[in-house]
Design a protein. Structure first.
Length: 206
């Protein structure tokens, strides 16, 4: 099995071209996630905004595979740390940057690290062919979402210093409907992309 990116990549015998392709994929993937992050909604005093980021994370993980997917998300975090405005806007309308965004005291830091792990796991499942049909793509994306919340919620709980009821009201319940829609979109796009790739791939290619 393989992923979409690895299927399109130059062969291993062309090492330089393959590396350049992977670098371009990482840059494009981080740009996609950064763009989707700008689609954000702040709900009252909730410190965690609703964004389009998770859709990008799921797509990048599935399309790129575990290694390139994780590297792409690490690049995305590095861009935020060095000062690029790639994260969702904060309540004041600006972009948080610097090392603080990924530290334990940052309310959304857990979600960001969850993105890295989710992209790797979703990528591994996609590498095994789980993204090629909807009936297996949906649980793949659900697993990715669960991982993101598994990192984000305990981190948020610690950062806010509140009870678990408040943590869930801030970090889980407002996101279930939107994240369900995003995972369904991702689970639909991947099989469609494979169908197009199989249809237009030159005959004789693996």
């Amino acid at each position: 099995m393989s992923t979409i990116a690895l299927t399109l990549a130059p062969p291993r015998s062309r090492a330089t071209a393959r590396l350049a392709f992977q670098v371009a994929c990482a840059a494009a993937g981080s740009a996609l996630i950064a763009g989707l992050a700008q689609i954000s909604i702040h709900l009252g005093q909730n410190p965690v905004p609703i964004t389009g980021q998770t859709l990008g994370v799921l797509l990048v993980g599935a399309a790129y595979g575990p290694a390139l997917g994780a590297v792409t998300l690490l690049l995305y975090l590095a861009e935020a740390v060095v000062g690029l405005p790639v994260l969702a806007r904060n309540p004041s309308g600006g972009h948080d940057t610097g090392i603080a965004v990924i530290q334990f005291a940052e309310v959304t830091g857990g979600y960001l690290w969850g993105f890295v792990v989710a992209s790797a796991v979703v990528g591994r499942l996609a590498d095994r062919g789980w993204d090629r049909v909807v009936w297996s793509a949906i649980p793949t994306m659900v697993i990715g979402e669960v991982i993101i919340f598994a990192f984000g919620l305990p981190w948020l709980h610690h950062a806010l210093g509140v009870g678990w009821g408040t943590t869930l009201s801030y970090g889980l319940w407002p996101f279930l409907a939107g994240d369900t829609l995003k995972l369904v979109i991702a689970a639909g796009l991947l099989p469609i992309s494979w169908g197009l790739l199989d249809r237009y791939r030159p005959s004789g290619e693996p």
